[in-house]
Design a protein around this ligand. Structure first.
Ligand SMILES: Cc1ncc(COP(=O)(O)O)c(C=O)c1O
Length: 401
């Protein structure tokens, strides 16, 4: 049987390939501390489960293709009250998580060979979503030394050519933890407008920002309303990744009309999950968001403090989301990961992270970088970073460095 060249060109998750080695390490009685996954351990608000339990319709029907009305209204009201942005219900489409919103946008805008500019390092699934529709990721290069900042005209404009369709940014950033400033957002909107590009803004980590800044969204730039598409989700905001509810949001009516064809084709996003998600938005208060953010801030501080103690490790202090990219004093962080899982242990424990290379589009980049996800408690994170330091030392000693 033949498979499409588009799917053949896609890769399995760069993180999943270590799974058999984790199983083998655990079979030897080792405890593996995980810094590799973006699955938060914060409790999902009860409001979700209560709403699902109270659902009393006798038939679990298809929802409307654009979404359950209560969910769409809740998203609209959240944008008005928490972010200060007025939306119409027609600007919002319910999706299976931010993931489906990304897939729908790509299917609507890409022809074979079309390019999307994405600052690297980036969320690896972008490559899959873009690749299966025949598109190509064109990385906007960044450097760890300046905090992975990319939003400069001279960096972006030379990459734009007749195949370029969009700029895709993640704000706050996964894996970088970088938060775009108002000036950077404005510049991106200007570039998108001037060059007639879509500006896809993945804002699933919006609330998790550490600089005391007000919540922001690319949707604020109403003069770029035709260009901007926001990807949103309840996954991280409410620690409810399994709910599979997100949204594609745009004031570009033509784009929403095209997207409707896919939404109708797949009938609807899950009815009950949207009912629960609507309740989450209704339950949400500034105090809830501050509590979640402060918890991540404590975790960030534990990771930052630990990393500062490891000789030769370099990183930029994360400004948002729950990730940090770090450059390690080793030749290859994938080899270090195999070593940590197969050979290393300290008091029966070892550690796992996401090697940096999988977050880059440029071959060979990120080889001495890692992404750390700080989604467990500070004590466990402190120990995991300690293990990382000990592991680096043992690895370099073994390799005569
Ligand atoms: C940057 C980014 N975008 C989108 C997603 C997809 O999230 P979901 O489909 O759960 O909404 C993730 C998940 O980790 C992410 O990190």
């Amino acid at each position: 049987m033949k498979f499409s060249s588009k799917i053949e060109a896609c890769e399995l998750s760069p993180i999943r390939k270590f799974h058999p080695y984790v199983v083998a390490a655990e079979a030897k009685g080792r405890k593996v501390l995980h810094l590799n996954i973006g699955q938060p351990d914060i409790e999902t608000p009860k409001a979700f489960f209560d709403a699902v339990k109270q659902f009393a319709d006798p038939v679990l029907e298809y929802a409307p293709s654009t979404g359950v009305e209560a969910y769409l209204e809740a998203v609209r009201d959240y944008y008005a009250q928490a972010v200060g942005i007025r939306l119409e219900l027609g600007d919002i489409m319910a999706t299976y998580g931010g993931s489906e919103a990304l897939q729908i946008v790509m299917a609507c805008i890409l022809e074979d060979g079309d390019e999307i500019l994405v600052p690297e390092p980036f969320y690896p699934n972008y490559t899959t979503f873009i690749g299966v529709t025949g598109g190509v990721v064109r990385p906007i290069p960044t450097e760890p030394e300046n905090g992975y900042r990319f939003a400069r005209r001279e960096r972006i404009e030379p990459l734009i050519n007749r195949h370029t369709r969009a700029i895709l940014v993640t704000n706050p950033g996964n894996p970088t933890g970088t938060v775009l400033s108002r000036e950077e957002l404005r510049l991106l909107a200007d570039i998108a407008k001037e060059h007639g590009l879509f500006l896809i803004s993945d804002e699933v980590y919006r609330e998790i920002v550490y600089g005391g800044e007000a919540l922001s969204s690319m949707l604020e730039y109403e003069d770029a309303a035709e260009n901007v598409v926001v990807i949103d989700s309840v996954s991280k905001r409410f620690s409810s990744c399994g709910a599979r509810v997100g949204a594609m949001i745009s004031r570009n009516k033509d784009l929403m009309t095209q997207a409707m064809k896919i939404c109708q084709g797949r009938l609807c996003a899950a009815t009950l999950d949207q009912v629960g998600a609507a309740a989450l938005y209704r339950f949400m208060t500034p105090a809830y968001c501050a509590g979640v953010r402060d918890e991540y801030a404590r975790r960030k501080d534990a990771v930052v403090e630990g990393l500062q103690k490891i000789p030769g490790v370099r990183f930029s202090r994360p400004e948002g989301a729950f990730y940090v990219m770090a450059t390690l004093p080793v030749d290859d962080t994938e080899k270090l990961q195999y070593f940590l899982l197969e050979e290393f242990e300290d008091r029966g424990e070892t550690v796992m992270y996401a090697p940096g290379e999988g977050f880059y589009g440029t071959p060979g980049k990120g080889r001495n970088e890692i992404r750390i996800a700080y989604v467990t408690n500070p004590a466990e994170l402190t120990r995991a970073i300690e293990l990382l330091g000990l592991g680096i030392e043992a690895y370099n000693r073994k390799n005569g460095r």
